[in-house]
Design a protein around this ligand. Sequence first.
Ligand SMILES: [Zn+2]
Ligand SMILES: [Zn+2]
Length: 129
Amino acid sequence: MLTGSCLCGAVAYTLGAPLASATHCHCSQCRKAHGAAFATYASVPKTALRFTRGAERVRTFNSSPGVARTFCDQCGATLQWMEVDSDSTCIALGTLDSPLGPIPQTHIFVDSKADWFAIRDGLPQDPNG
Ligand SMILES: [Zn+2]
Ligand SMILES: [Zn+2]
């Protein structure tokens, strides 16, 4: 079972499903939300995510209509990106505490990438999605 937590540790979670692949999203909203060149997410069914600590500290910001980003209200660590109507949720992979090992990864929204960052890892790139 994979486990994760926020920066301050107030929020912790378990994932009851494997993480099959990850995306590195370069869109401007992910860059702002993470304060970084890109955000890394992996998708699980919403039912697989269980908050084991601090569920009451998880706040939601709707960055677009129908899109929710969650974060810890104490440390601000981003936790999820999800479409409200979807059965799946994307976990901010930097919050994972368990070893994961290599999984397939793709850079997405590369056309929106910060001009100061160069992708040099040879992973697949999707310009817009
Ligand atoms: Zn926190
Ligand atoms: Zn994004």
